[in-house]
Design a binder for this molecule. Structure first.
Ligand SMILES: [Zn+2]
Length: 173
């Protein structure tokens, strides 16, 4: 994990301005959470963030504080919340970048698809009477491990049916 000081400086400045405008108290906890998020590449959920805080943060905060702070960061356009079927996933978006996410409809994991072709296409998109602040494209499907589990289950189901048919035939004869 690399320390991205420039990104953090920019994010901290934005957070300070946002809190000043909304009359929200500046707490060291909020800035520490922001620091951890700025050095976290890619998508994370609340469990992962809690783990990163435990490993790297100067002080610990409760899960409720993490949730509330993420909501604040979302409002301040510092993180993007990926609204998906299962647990929410977040990502630092101080410097918005077009992205393609692969969402497993079975286990809920989210990962990024590295495709400069689609990313370029996304960055060129313009809408009438709508300002795109964060171009994100979601592909829903099955991840590798869920696909493997599925095929094992299908194979078992097939064997079961075959045995049933065989038993019925034996009974008839
Ligand atoms: Zn899956």
């Amino acid at each position: 994990m690399s320390e991205n000081t420039d990104l953090y400086d920019l994010a901290a400045q934005r957070l300070t301005e946002y809190m000043k405008g909304k009359n929200i108290r500046k707490t060291p906890e909020r800035f520490e959470i922001l620091r951890i998020i700025c050095r976290t590449p890619g998508i994370f959920n609340i469990d992962k963030l809690q783990e990163l805080m435990e490993e790297n943060a100067k002080f610990q905060v409760s899960r409720v504080t993490l949730f509330n702070t993420l909501k604040l960061f979302e409002d301040a356009s510092l993180v993007i919340k990926h609204t998906l079927s299962r647990a929410a996933h977040y990502e630092c978006c101080v410097m918005p970048h077009p992205m393609v996410c692969l969402v497993c409809q079975k286990c809920g994991t989210v990962r990024k698809l590295e495709s400069s072709k689609i990313e370029n296409w996304l960055s060129e998109q313009k809408c009438k009477q709508f300002v795109i602040t964060q171009p994100v494209l979601y592909f829903h499907g099955l991840c590798r491990s869920c696909m493997v589990k599925n095929s094992i289950r299908n194979r078992k189901a097939k064997t079961k049916t075959k045995t049933k048919i065989k038993r019925n035939e034996e009974r008839k004869s």
